[in-house]
Design a protein around this ligand. Structure first.
Ligand code: ADP
Length: 261
């Protein structure tokens, strides 16, 4: 299979105003359809890198290209899922899942103006079914579990048919069985929808399960991409395998290495 480049981070430097430099002359590439995890300790700059990829922050110098195009602002085909779900408390599960579609109907697929032609209406029902939340479609976010809230947020994003899905610590506030169920589902959806996936986590176990490719970030300043590849076939069984545990140990050792530089 010929792969095309999805993300190209080209010699970026970034610091927040009055903050320390987090990235300096930093480059990294992601091919279309790959599953990546950005792993590192709290405060190392993982979310910052994700927001740079989302076009919510801009590098001080260097550039980021997505599908060859220089990123200047958030890109409509990029989906972003955050830890706290971002659901509207006064809207039902179904209405929340439809929110992105409504906004797209208003602004148009390129996000810059009201569309001249009406945007074809897409139905959110198949996504509610696929994510197992159709039975709670008329409930409000305060009446459903954390896992169901995250499923709603995923439905809202996937109904927009993104090609790139960015997730920031999406499962960290969930209990272990719910978290594992959603990790399995995320990998299934990534393959099914041919998504390029980038997940930020500080959890070694999550990185070892979700990442075919893992970008390790230690203490800033980040000047070079440290990458670990996971060639094992990943599925629910993989979690119990010696290969999974060996990778966790390897990541732990590597993380200690990059953190103490
Ligand atoms: P991580 O996601 O790895 O926990 P972040 O990317 O959130 O790390 O933060 C990296 C560093 O940048 C931290 O030291 C954090 O305090 C700082 N930081 C994050 N957001 C801002 C901001 N808006 N303004 C200034 N500093 C920030």
């Amino acid at each position: 299979m010929i792969q095309n480049e999805m993300i190209s981070v080209e010699a970026i430097t970034f610091n927040y105003p009055n903050g320390q430099t987090l990235f300096e002359d930093f480059s990294w590439k992601v091919e279309e359809g790959e599953a990546w995890v950005i792993l590192g300790p709290s405060g190392c700059g993982k979310s910052t890198l994700l927001y740079l990829l989302a076009g919510l922050l801009s590098p001080v110098s260097g550039q980021i290209r997505i599908e060859g195009e220089k990123l200047n602002r958030p890109r409509p085909q990029t989906g972003l899922i955050l830890q706290d779900y971002g659901l509207l408390p006064w809207a039902t599960v179904r209405q929340n899942a439809e929110l992105g579609l409504q906004i797209r109907g208003f602004y148009g697929p390129d996000g810059t103006h009201s569309p001249r032609q009406p945007v074809p209406k897409r139905d959110v029902t198949p996504w509610l079914d696929r994510l197992g939340i159709s039975e709670i479609a008329n409930q409000y976010p305060t009446h459903i579990s954390g896992g169901q809230r995250q499923r709603t947020a995923i439905a809202r994003t996937l109904v927009l048919n993104p090609d790139l899905l960015l997730m920031d610590e999406p499962f960290s506030s969930l209990d272990a069985p719910t978290r594992e169920g959603l990790q399995n589902l995320t990998l299934e959806l990534q393959l099914e929808q041919k998504l390029t996936l980038v997940v930020v986590t500080h959890s070694i176990e999550e990185a070892a399960f979700l990442g075919k490719n893992i970008l390790l970030l230690g203490k800033p300043v980040h000047r070079q991409a440290t990458i670990i590849q996971n060639s094992h076939p990943i599925g629910a069984e993989y979690r119990k395998s010696p290969a999974y545990h060996a990778l966790c140990d390897d990541l732990r050792a590597n993380l200690e290495g990059v953190s103490s530089e």
